[in-house]
Structure formats: C-alpha cells, structure tokens
Design a protein around this ligand. Structure first.
Ligand code: SAH
Length: 353
C-alpha cells in the first residue's frame, strides 16, 4: 500500500489524515511541529507520541524528504546542494549566507520549460512539477544543516530551476505553509518569487494579498533581443510584462525587482542601459544586474568588468536603484541547473530528461 506523505500538508490536513488512526487533534499539531520545526523525517524519534501510535503512523504514512546527491561549497560560504527526490530525480538548492541572514534558493520544477538560451536548467525541458512537500523539503534540509550552528533559513528566493508561476498552486501553498506559526513562521516579505514573465500568473499572485517580493527576469529592454533570449517573450511581450508588474506593485505596495543577466555583445550596450533606464524611470523598481554565468554549450560570455560598471553607472545616473549581484559561487556553478547538468552529463545513464 502506498503511504501517504504528511510533509507539505497544512496542520488541519494532517489532523484529518491521522484521525482514522485514533490520533487526537493535538497529536496532529505535534506531528506538524516535528516535521516543520524539528525536521523529523520518520516517526520513530517522535518521542512525545505513544510508541504504538508511532508504529501505526510508520505503517501508513511517510514524511517526504530529500537526500544529498552532490554538494559544492564556495569560499564565501555559498553552498549548492544537488538533492535527490524520492523518485530518484534531483534538483538544486543553494544556501547563500549574507550579513543579514541565511537565504536559500529553491527549485520548483525538475528542469524548466521556458527555454531561455542562457539557462542550463532548461536544456532538457521540463520533467515535472515539484510538490509542496518537495519544495519545502529543500528548506527543511538546509534548516537541518544550519541547526548544527544554531542558525536557520531567514529568507527564501524562489529562483532555482523551474518557472514558479508554471507550478502555481504548489508554490503558493509552499509559501503559505512556511508562513504558518506551527511551521517556520516566516513573514511573506522574506520571500522573493522570480518569474520569466507569465502575465496571468503575475496577476493571479497580485490578487492573493500576500506581499512577497516579485522579481521579473527582464534581460533586455526591447522585444527583439528579449525574444531571442527568452522564447516566452513571444507570448508575453515586454509591455505586457511591465503592465502586469505595475499592477503587482500597486496591489502589493512593493517594489518589483528586475533581473538583468548581462551577456557580452547581446544586451550590455550603453544604448540598452539607457533604454532600460527610460523604461524604469517612473516605476517602483530595483535592478539586479547578473553577469552571466557562462554556459559553454551556448557560447554566451560575460562582459568585461568595465562594461558592467558602465551599464550600472548609466542606471544609477538616471536615479534607478541598481546593484550588480555579488559574484557568489560562480566557481561552484551556482547558476540555475549547472550542477545538475554536470552530474547528469557525468553519468552513463541519465536519470531524467
Ligand atoms: N524561471 C524563473 C526563476 C528561475 S531563474 C525566472 O525565469 O525568473 C533565476 C534567475 O537566474 C533568472 O533571472 C534567470 O534568467 C537567471 N539565470 C539563469 N541562467 C543564468 C546564467 N547562466 N547566468 C546568469 N543568470 C542566469
């Protein structure tokens, strides 16, 4: 018999699921605390539950978890984990220690269907959506690692492999579940959701009333260049993405972050910087410039340092808040999908795609 997984359920769902085993409501709450606050992955160690109930639970239920398949750590502490899911597929999760706390980057899909030319996650297309439990298990895994140092995950960026708005319900329930007091009690403001620009999803998110930070992968100030980099631009061109981002900004009262991956000779010219400044001048916006992590098979390269600085200066001169993303973990292939890609390529039989 297939066991029912409890990780990813809200407490009310856990209570309902375990009630047939004769477990009272407060037992359901204890289970939620074990899973979401103490990172338990089996029932044996749940010492405040009666032994006979633990045995019963073990027979009928499971707690979704991930296991480490590969790991790379950079000098600055950025650690990339390749985490195996229960079906043997694997996703990447990145821990980024900052002065202001620990940030974790989670994946929402195995692979990605967006087809952006500079991104390694999408080389084999989308394999499948992750469940709430699988997205959450990535945070729980990192929390467990951090608990050794008495630390925890303080913020989550939904910027790993996958397009979060293409897996909308699971991603939203993941955010909501992290927010629950019996879980990690995280504020909505400590979440950043990054999208390639799925306009209907942005509008839906604006209607949820949960003030997460929205990040839009822009990467070019014009439709011709953006369409070359990101096929999704043919469905939702720049002006429709900006309009949706503006609606999100006014609904949430939050500044939108625009990510701009700088690629030598493609989107790094002074004219393009000026055009970007013009587009953002009257918008509530932040720009995050990301020197591209070169993907050898696509022949895309990083601009010279001076060129990056020049691009930044043009934006700043136009009074636009812009930063160049700290070059964390380039040496460990921290860009989307690069570790997974390396591991998959190094195997004689690929486990996915
Ligand atoms: N699908 C979502 C979230 C995942 S990607 C999105 O498109 O926003 C997170 C960010 O990293 C995106 O802005 C993406 O375009 C960027 N990215 C992907 N590959 C990259 C690379 N090789 N170098 C720099 N940035 C990259």
């Amino acid at each position: 018999m297939e066991k029912t997984n409890l990780c990813g359920m809200f407490v009310e769902e856990i209570i309902a699921a375990v009630a047939p085993l004769g477990l009272e409501k407060y037992r359901g709450r204890q289970l939620a605390e074990w899973i979401y606050q103490r990172y338990a992955t089996d029932f044996a160690g749940m010492t405040n539950l009666p032994m006979d109930k633990r045995i019963l639970l073990e027979e009928h239920f499971s707690v979704e978890s991930v296991t480490l398949a590969a790991q790379e750590e950079a000098a600055d502490g950025t650690t990339k984990y390749l985490l195996a899911l229960e079906d043997g597929l694997a996703v990447e999760t990145v821990l980024m220690p900052h002065k202001y706390g620990n940030s974790v980057c989670v994946s929402t899909q195995v692979g990605c269907g967006m087809g952006c030319v500079f991104c390694a996650s999408t080389l084999h297309g989308v394999v499948r959506n992750l469940t709430v439990g699988e997205i959450l298990a990535q945070v729980l895994y990192v929390n467990q690692m951090l608990s050794i140092k008495n630390e925890k995950v303080d913020s989550v960026v939904i910027m790993g492999s996958g397009e979060p708005l293409a897996n909308y319900e699971q991603v939203l329930n993941f955010i909501r579940l992290c927010h629950e007091p019996y879980s990690m009690n995280m504020s909505y403001r400590s979440f950043t959701l990054s999208t390639a620009g799925l306009v209907p999803g942005i509008d839906r998110l604006a209607g949820e009333g949960i003030p997460v930070t929205l990040a839009i992968s822009l990467h070019a100030p014009s439709n011709d260049v953006r369409s070359r980099l990101m096929p999704i631009n043919q469905t939702y061109p720049i002006e429709t993405v900006f309009a949706a981002a503006d609606r999100y900004a006014s609904a949430s009262g939050r500044r939108v972050t625009y990510e701009y991956t700088l690629i030598a000779g493609i989107n790094d010219s002074e004219e393009q910087a000026k055009e970007l400044a013009r587009l953002l001048k009257y918008r509530l916006a932040n720009v995050n410039l990301i020197p591209v992590n070169p993907v050898p098979e696509r022949g895309l390269f990083r601009p010279e340092k001076e060129k990056i600085q020049r691009f930044l200066q043009i934006l700043q001169a136009a009074k636009i808040t812009a930063t160049v993303r700290r070059e964390m973990g380039t040496e460990i292939r921290a860009a989307c999908g690069q570790l997974r890609h390396k591991v998959l390529n190094g195997k004689s039989s690929q486990r996915s795609a």
